[in-house]
Design a protein around this ligand. Structure first.
Ligand code: SAM
Length: 248
């Protein structure tokens, strides 16, 4: 992991080494990705212009069919590039701590977080009731008692209490007014807590259209505006940037 101070951050032009995996799809072309043929037909793919210095608009897309999406999101092959255990280890969760999985979807990360060594309290946040119902059933079937589903809003995760860690996987580019969303989230992250953003790299062979892919610097700039301090990034995921932030 590259660790840097806020002063050093200003000098960083771009932190990620983008792996070249052939041409990036312009739609949801790669069947093994989180963005798959299963949901490609429902994408609106519209970028809304935002005032306030956003690097990009957001991808206005709803995920309403968990059974179908699970075939893509929870494919065993995903582990090869998603490396969920390594990602979770790098969150540094300790026993007794809590974590919010924002844009939890079918629970790919939520159930693994719940089973991880620290056995944290997991708040699985999504804007889709159907996703949360699927996830709650899945957690129940897997005997996980430390998962709580939370119906989030477009402008707030609506967490019931402040948490120690927030994880946002493949969802950052779907959040509309990120400045106000993450400002609100900041209030629900404990002092010294961690925010981890995992989102699609430019050039990765799966994922959304290029206009919805952010560079690490773009994400850092946006989140600095919301009060988050960048503390480092991990470069081992081939398809996604993995950036870490904290609040002071
Ligand atoms: C591409 S899926 C990623 C699911 C999961 N994180 C994974 O990696 O498998 C994006 C998820 O984020 C949810 N979502 C989109 N906008 C959201 C928002 N503003 N707040 C919370 N969840 C949101 C969608 O409903 C969907 O379940």
């Amino acid at each position: 992991m590259h660790v840097y101070s806020s002063l050093a951050l200003a000098a960083i032009i771009t932190g990620a080494s983008f792996a070249a995996f052939g041409q990036a799809g312009h739609t949801h072309a790669a069947p093994q990705g989180s963005h798959s043929a299963a949901d490609s037909g429902k994408s609106h793919g519209t970028s809304h212009g935002h005032a306030g210095g956003y690097a990009r608009g957001h991808m206005d897309k709803r995920f309403t069919d968990p059974e179908a999406l699970a075939k893509s999101f929870d494919k065993p092959e995903r582990a090869a590039w998603q490396m969920p255990d390594r990602v979770i280890a790098d969150l540094g969760l300790k026993p007794g701590q809590s974590v919010a999985d924002i844009g939890a979807g079918t629970g790919y990360f939520s159930v693994r977080l719940a089973r991880s060594a620290a056995k944290p309290t997991v708040y699985s946040v999504d804007i889709e009731e159907s996703m949360l119902a699927y996830l709650a059933k899945r957690a129940g079937e897997e005997g996980l008692t430390n998962v709580t589903t939370v119906l989030g809003g477009m402008e707030s995760a609506k967490l019931p209490e402040p948490v120690d860690v927030v994880l946002v996987v493949n969802t950052y580019h779907h959040i509309a007014d990120r400045l106000s969303y993450f400002r609100d989230l900041r209030k629900n992250l404990r002092k010294g807590g961690k925010l981890a953003i995992v989102d699609w790299k430019k050039g990765a062979p799966m994922g959304p259209a290029d206009e919805y892919r952010f560079t690490p610097d773009e994400i850092r700039r946006e989140l600095a505006g919301a009060g988050f301090r960048a503390v480092g990034q991990h470069d081992y995921l081939p398809n996604q940037n993995f950036l870490m932030f904290t609040v002071d």
